[in-house]
Write a protein that binds this ligand. Sequence first.
Ligand SMILES: Cc1cc2nc3c(=O)[nH]c(=O)nc-3n(C[C@H](O)[C@H](O)[C@H](O)COP(=O)(O)O)c2cc1C
Length: 444
Amino acid sequence: MTIDPTRWALALALLAAYALMCVLLARARRIVPDDGAPADWLVAWASQTGSAEYLAQQTVATLRTGGLAARSASMDQIDEAALRGATRILFIASTYGEGDAPDNAERFARLLAGAAAPLPHLHYGLLALGDSSYTHFCGFGRRLDAALQALGAQPLFARVEADRTAPAALDAWQHHLSHLAGTSDAPDWSAPAWADWRLDSRQLLNPGSAGAPVYRIGLLPQDGALPAWEAGDLVQVSAPADPDYPREYSIASVGAEGRLELLVRLHLRADGGAGLASGWLAHDAAIGAPITLRLRVHSRFRIGANGGRPLILIGNGTGIAGLRAHLKHRVDAGETRNWLLFGERNAAHDRFCGDEISAWHGAGMLEQLHLVFSHDGDPLRYVQHALAQQAALLRDWIARDAAIYVCGSLHGMAAGVHEALLAALGQDGVDQLAESGRYRRDVY
Ligand SMILES: Cc1cc2nc3c(=O)[nH]c(=O)nc-3n(C[C@H](O)[C@H](O)[C@H](O)COP(=O)(O)O)c2cc1C
């Protein structure tokens, strides 16, 4: 057999190029330089409604105050190579569903669960956010902690658990950070300030409904100056009966309408009493009454980079609030590539924002409209069934670069919609949409 020298040279050149590429990739992913000196810190957050994301930004700011190089990343942005290259990560993780990971951490949770090789070089801190009224308090944060320890990663300090972002737990976390950063000069972490508003209007949207009453609540600031917000953002309302327990609502209006609107369903407790915040807004507060609330940026449900894309809006019940704000914004901007899939009980009583939606559809501002009334037919039919039926249209819109926004109940709707998306687009397809920010959810 003769050996062609040109072939050898080509093979060697290819090998050298491959080796160089490996070195460059490893460098690009490395978070700490070879000498092990404290360099970059990664602050990895898992958040559904923005608290953990906000705290991750504050954490980065605090570390930087101490002169440390730090950056934050959504948990799903961390792939296996980045995880293996990291030596210092601070995790901030909330919990959803029944002890589940938020949407932007599902992939990372699978990655950890499937990790075979240990992570002995990783030192980490963990702030778990949760609400102790749920059975699986801080369920995802605790599982994350256990998985990291099982892989041999070293905790820098004991897990901090924050019940409803309790100030004492955040103080403890800040204390750890100050210690790591060697500074007591931490920036102010206070959440947006509470402000005084007044109840301006209240309209029952579903008279005669078999479901609990839903009200369109109009609010104006006491001092007259309307603060800025974007479609997708939330408000927290503090009920006078228990000011420590704010309830979150999606904003249904856009700033150009000159008022803040919410859709509030009267929540009836097992003992027959009304929910604190919904009872206050829907019944007890008189028109003109002062309302204490604060706006919350919900960057994961804002339009962001999806502004130039077709939009598929999917939801049920009062979830129409967040979807309506997006639609109104787009209609005002002359964007017609909108598809709304909305489900409620009966067409006769539960057509929330029905006239407006019909008008937009009639005027060509809403390209596709599927309204699904579960109790009008037999068998029961929900929004996820309509989506499954429209799988071909869905694939067509996704091929046109559409983004999907889901707003409404987690169990009754979002889980079913997720299944329908998996069936139509496959796991990889759905993962890709989520990773590129084209699948966003505001579910509760
Ligand atoms: C639908 C829903 C389900 C939740 N499930 C849990 C849970 O199982 N366990 C828990 O500790 N907290 C649970 N929470 C509370 C959140 O984890 C908590 O409010 C957290 O501060 C939210 O952080 P985020 O804004 O970063 O998503 C749940 C909240 C919602 C709205």
